[in-house]
Design a protein around this ligand. Structure first.
Ligand SMILES: Nc1nc2c(ncn2[C@@H]2O[C@H](COP(=O)(O)O)[C@@H](O)[C@H]2O)c(=O)[nH]1
Ligand SMILES: [Mn+2]
Ligand SMILES: [Mn+2]
Length: 474
């Protein structure tokens, strides 16, 4: 990235001033080193997003940002319906409501070390993973509609997990305003047998140990202590989300000129929030959020069954579940005025700070858990939402890719990656060695540098660092 185009607002905050068609500035939260290493395309994409109608305050990028479809991954942008604001399919991302869910296991490191190989095998046997993987459920048309309206609540009512899980999920596990009738038959068909599946690529179920704590008060509120073993899921809305993204992107491209929207880039296709198309997309996107929440709820049940094979009677409550590809209507203070905004977070996590009414009571004094993946060979992190509500109360969602999948394939072989990780005590199980090579740990940025930048910028605070033990990779 060329730093000359930025004005430094603070040690970890860089402003790209308004120019050309930009309606607001662009702002990137990062250290100088992360910004220098960042793909120049992130700057271009941020400037494009800053030119969209009805955008409020600034187009933001998190420290893990990298080039994405239309909007950068790690991008945050909020729009005001009353000011001609838009909703963008590319601004949400194709894996709608992809997210991270972390479970406590009540186990300690020594418990896992005795059974690590067996645990890896049991998890791999029970968790459907890989391209085109299917689950045990087949949803009828009626069940599909109920799932799309009910989310994790629907799954709990069918015996996947317990009602207590719902309090530890954003939106209490059920996104309001979902409209299954706005979802195409093709999207429903693709999802019919994909419930309870991880999918491919960088989706995973990982067993992790807490190896360092950084904030004693938040760690206590989250129930985390050194040596605790956690299980973390990363996956989204599978074929459903991708098909909804594809369907609406096409419609938005066609409808944009009629809505008076000049698209500098087809990938920025969007529709006015106050249009029928915009409302239909919101209804379908919220249905896909419910699909992802139901998917993670079923996978939670499968993970609990797997652990129970080796640890009968185990209790695995949720720490939290966050989505990082969404557009949500929220209330935010802008220049001292409270406004209803449609906040797009694409590869960015909601990070409500202390005191926010939507947080579970037990987390309210310390802020929302922000769950950050790193890679299968490096740390992952638990952060807590910052008190300043920067970037509409958002934070990073991972390390972010440092190179393309293509480049990773050129550099590494899957078998070599698996063996090297095994020599460090990290067991990988995956249906695709090619996928493992694409996901090699060094294909990602330094997650430690990313979370430090997030903390220094005031987006979130570091609470716990997690080390991987087992990773079932899609
Ligand atoms: N702990 C692990 N983290 C991983 C792994 N593979 C990827 N990642 C991180 O997840 C984020 C999220 O990716 P996105 O698709 O939602 O943009 C990514 O930036 C990585 O840092 C893994 O196997 N284990
Ligand atoms: Mn994701
Ligand atoms: Mn995803």
């Amino acid at each position: 990235m060329n730093l000359a185009q930025f004005r430094q607002r603070g040690p970890f905050e860089w402003e790209m001033p308004r120019q050309g068609a930009m309606r607001v500035p662009g702002v990137i939260f990062a250290s100088r080193e992360l910004l220098e290493a960042m793909d120049a395309k992130v700057g271009e994409q941020l400037a494009n997003v800053a030119g969209l109608p009805g955008i409020v305050e600034a187009a933001y990028a998190m420290p893990d940002a990298h080039w994405g479809y239309g909007f950068p991954i790690g991008g945050v942008a909020a729009f005001d319906a009353e000011a001609g604001g838009v909703v963008s399919a590319g601004g949400v991302g194709f894996d709608i409501s992809c997210g991270v869910r972390t479970l406590h296991t009540g186990l300690k490191l020594a418990d896992i070390q005795r059974v690590q190989e067996r645990l890896a095998d049991v998890l791999y046997r029970r968790i459907p993973a890989g391209l085109g993987s299917t689950g045990a459920l087949r949803l009828s048309g009626q069940a599909m509609g109920a799932m799309l309206r009910g989310g994790a609540r629907w799954a709990v009512e069918r015996g996947f997990g317990s009602p207590a899980d719902l309090a530890r999920i954003e939106e209490s596990g059920c996104m309001a305003g979902a409209d299954p009738s706005a979802v195409s038959e093709q999207a429903k068909k693709r999802q019919r047998d994909e419930m309870g599946t991880l999918g491919s690529g960088n989706h995973y179920l990982e067993v992790q140990v807490v190896d360092a704590l950084f904030d004693a008060q938040a760690a206590q509120a989250y129930g985390l202590a050194a040596g605790d073993v956690l299980a973390t899921l990363h996956c989204g809305s599978r074929g459903m989300g991708h098909q909804i993204g594809t369907d609406f992107l096409r419609e938005m491209v066609i409808a944009a000129p009629r809505a008076g929207i000049a698209l500098t880039d087809r990938e920025l296709a969007c529709a006015p929030l106050k249009s029928t198309l915009g409302q239909r997309y919101l209804g379908a996107m919220r249905a896909a959020i419910n699909c992802a929440l139901a998917n993670r709820q079923i996978l939670t049940h499968l993970a609990r069954e797997a652990f129970a094979e080796l640890f009968p009677g185990i209790h695995m409550p949720l720490l939290y579940d966050v989505s990082h590809n969404t557009c949500k209507e929220e209330s935010h203070l802008v220049d001292g005025e409270r406004r209803r905004l449609f906040v797009h977070r694409k590869g960015a996590t909601r990070a409500f700070g202390p005191g926010h009414a939507e947080l579970p009571a037990e987390y309210r004094t310390v802020g929302q858990p922000v769950l950050i993946g790193g890679s299968m060979g490096t740390a992952s992190w638990v952060l807590a939402g910052g008190g300043q509500a920067l970037a509409f109360a958002s934070a990073c969602h991972g390390a972010g890719r440092a190179m393309s999948r293509h480049e990773a394939l050129r550099r590494w072989q899957g078998r070599g990656v698996v063996d090297e990780l095994a020599s460090r005590g990290i067991l990988i199980r995956s249906p695709s060695l090619r996928g493992v090579a694409e996901e090699a740990p060094l294909a990602y940025k330094d997650v430690g540098a990313v979370v430090e930048a997030a903390e220094q910028a005031g987006l979130a605070r570091r609470v716990a660092r997690l080390r991987p033990l087992v990773c079932v990779k899609g």
